[in-house]
Design a protein around this ligand. Structure first.
Ligand code: ZN
Ligand code: ZN
Length: 139
């Protein structure tokens, strides 16, 4: 559905956005920049054209950080709750959607890992680990 809107928001709910398909790619990025900005093993990013994206509410609460030595990398975040938010690359050629901020099913799945050589030394495949539906149960 090319004209179906997919919505997302930050944790506090002040900032909301939507975008339309088609998406270019959905990928996990293991680079050290993405590790720092997410505080996690990797970013989970959907890439779209900038004109497919629009802020719905709270745009004035969207902060932006541009890494000076980076060609593309930047980041956006809610200045109230600190959640990652969609960011425009420094080249302004692509909009990066951190998939953890989605409220809707994007109907696409990640297809590959990039910068896998830079992955965290403690990274383990999630499927190799024991799974609890919520908090671990007491033994
Ligand atoms: Zn927020
Ligand atoms: Zn990255």
């Amino acid at each position: 559905m090319a004209d179906e809107k997919i919505k997302g928001s930050c944790l506090c709910g002040k900032v909301t956005y939507q975008f339309s398909g088609p998406t270019k790619v959905f990928q996990y990025c293991h680079c050290t920049r993405c590790q720092k900005i997410t505080g996690s093993a990797h970013a989970s990013n959907i890439i779209i054209e900038p004109d497919q994206f629009e802020w719905l509410t709270g745009e004035s609460s969207v902060g932006r950080f541009e890494l000076s030595e980076a060609k593309h990398f930047a980041s956006s975040f809610c200045t109230i709750c600190g959640s990652s938010l969609p960011w425009l690359t420094q080249s302004a050629k692509a909009m990066i959607i951190p998939a953890g901020t989605l409220d809707d099913d994007p109907k696409v799945k990640p297809i590959h890992n990039i910068f896998f050589a830079d992955k965290a030394c403690w990274f383990e495949n999630v499927n190799d680990l024991v799974k609890y539906d919520a908090l671990p149960t007491k033994k």
